[in-house]
Design a protein around this ligand. Sequence first.
Ligand code: BGC
Length: 614
Amino acid sequence: MKHLKLVWLCFCSILLIPSNLLIGKNRFDFEIPIYNKFKIDSSAPNEDQINQIINLMTLDEKIGQMTQVRHFDDINPDDVTNKFIGSVIHTQGPSPGEGALGWQANFKKLQDKALATRLGIPLLFAVDAIHGQNTYNGATIFPHNIGMGATHNPSLVEQSASITALETQATGFNWTFSPCIAIPYNEKWGRVYEAYSESTDLTSKLVSASVKGYQGNLTASHTVLATAKHFVGDGSTDHGKEGGKISLSMQEISQRLLPPYKQAVKDGVGAIMVSFSSLSGIPLHAHKELIMDTLKDAMGFDGIVVSDWKGYSRFGKNDIINAGVDLIMAVDGDLNVFQSGLKKAVLSGQVHLDRIDDAVRRILRQKFRLGLFQNPFPDPSLVSHIGKPTHRLIAKQAVRESLVLLKHQDNVLPINKNCKKIVVIGEHADNVGLQSGGWTLAWQGVSENYSRATSILEGVQKIATGEVIYDKFANNNHDDADVIIVVVGETPYAEFMGDINNGNNNHQLILSKKHQDYINSYTNNGPKLITILISGRPLIVSKQIEQSDAFIAAWLPGSEGDGIAEVLFGEYNFKGKLPHSWPKSYENFEGKYGPNFWDESNIPLFKYGYGLQY
Ligand code: BGC
């Protein structure tokens, strides 16, 4: 008894040492407070140490760990300490500072606030780095997942994810909300491009590659925690509505939607984000059978189930905790609603302490896996790797391999680089914002150029030795040209803003009248016509395919637009194969959409896996 009391007194005195005495050096040469206030024993199993920490935690500290806030915006930095915040998200909103070192420095300040708490548990820093560290101007931006799906190349997906992880860490984050492993059933959904494919098998292969690329062994300073999202049925709602109703049977969910999650769990994915959708009237956030019984118990997922945006106030408050959600994106005014709401629920017995301990255990487990208790800070030496040439070469390879040649006649390809006159048409040809789509620098993407990226036009200009004319809006007659390259497509969008018929936008499954006219102007006029489509999904372009001598689906290629020119001019042949069947007409969309739904009376223009070479 005496002995125990002595241990306790020693422990308490450690906690009472003034923080200015708890100063140590880390390997980056700046002073940091000693954060492992409960003495991390690296030889002991993580689970034992996690249990020790949980035993020390108050209810407020536990709820704090379950809370994710948006930085420098709807919180005051001291909230991190006072409310025991466990993680921070960066997304649309204020910039975290000037340059990558500035971001790191500001995140370090927030980390210091977390380390200043009684137990000093480090923060997770999360970001939607979904096709490169796309929130940072100057990072390497890869094709969106639909393009990566078209490559059918797992090792390229793995390399791209590991580069993204490094550039993400270089800007101060240790967690990405990627990959999206939806199986899109309907092209009307505004997030089709975030997913790899309508094929469950291909998606499972690529998610495996992606998780390996992001996470590596996780303790290294250049790897990040990955998140498979959005569990489950995000892409299979009625009419492709973001956050809509899913009318699939459990059997179909299990056969077509769950296998990529099983694969991600097998590969040790650190987190899974829940979907905005609902099934049989139950929001997925509150779907205990799917989260607790299927994902956690049956599949054995031992990582973090994270809510989506304001998940707590939107989808049933404490019901979502009881259903198995562990960490809450308590943003846009949700911080106090969540923390006080959950505390009341625990005190009244509506949520059991065991559930809270399970949630906290899962969060601490990932913090241990990341090595945050040993080193909670980003590595300044990584900054010089952001957007470096070797990274861009891989992104360019991904662009090349993602291109799908849908039509080719009269040997129009490859273009002879010595031909006399090439005309390039369309605003998408010289605008890296437009070619990159949503989730690039801003949530909804941008419509202007950004740093260190190349446009399609620049790629053509680099390779062609003859005259290259850029007639952005197809104003002039070019009968004397050898070849005309028309670049048309969608303007950037993200999430519900890209849904067709949502009343908020002008997006359609066909080209705009203006873009149709670009093609009309140069049909049957002499020069050969090559059309490049920039889009986040297959569009209904049957007529434009007919009008063109060659037609290329280029998806949303990202920062390395010149990769397209390398294929146009024959430096590389086409390799991409369709990751989605390609609709022929609106009638193809009457019912549900996806490979199982095609029948004799409703066949696509091109089947899944189609793609030509020259
Ligand atoms: C999206 C998620 C994203 C989150 C954080 C939500 O609106 O559905 O995919 O990770 O915002 O930005």
